[in-house]
Design a binder for this molecule. Structure first.
Ligand code: RP5
Length: 163
């Protein structure tokens, strides 16, 4: 899946079951017209393919990778081990309500960073926005779209009326 031409963001997740939450990242990037691709890749079920994807990402033109995983969520860290692209981790809800996923992703040892978002859909949407902010540093048009996207959220709040 790609929008806005060549994919600039890779959205990967450990299982198809994560799509329920990770779709929020793709949706926000659709709104901002950021080309992205979506793949299921698992650090433990498809380790070779996951490492190959990370190693090839920069050469294929990707600018950042969003990785969602749940449980012992090592996917984002494994991706970050094989690329110097910014990696954004999204903890998936789990049997432990995503707390295990969050701690697995956020507690990267020194040297290999992963930018960790909130658990679930909010984190996935913010991952899309964070990827947008990274790419907007070198893309004036996207910077304008992101600024307008934020302004629209402000207007939504100010237009709210309670009974
Ligand atoms: C992780 O295990 C995935 O990221 C998912 O969040 C979790 C459960 O996967 P399934 O058993 O639903 O495929 O690898």
């Amino acid at each position: 899946m790609a929008t806005g031409g060549k994919p600039m963001v890779g959205v990967i997740m450990g299982s198809r079951s994560d799509w329920e939450y990770m779709a929020a990242a793709a949706e926000v990037m659709d709104e901002l017209q950021i080309g992205h691709e979506v793949r299921v890749l698992s650090a433990h079920r498809t380790p070779e393919q996951t490492l190959e994807y990370a190693a090839a990402a920069s050469g294929r033109g990707l600018k950042t990778i969003i990785a969602g995983a749940g449980g012992a969520a090592h996917l984002a860290g494994v991706i970050a081990a094989k690329t110097i692209l910014p990696v954004i981790g999204v903890p998936m809800p789990s049997a432990l309500n995503g707390l295990d996923s969050l701690l697995s992703i956020v507690q990267m040892p020194k040297g290999v960073p992963v930018a960790t978002m909130a658990i679930g859909k909010s984190g996935a949407a913010n991952a899309g926005l964070f990827a947008a902010a990274i790419i907007a540093l070198a893309d004036v048009g996207l910077a304008e779209r992101l600024t307008e996207w934020r302004a629209a959220r402000t207007r939504e709040v100010l237009e709210q009326r309670l009974p």
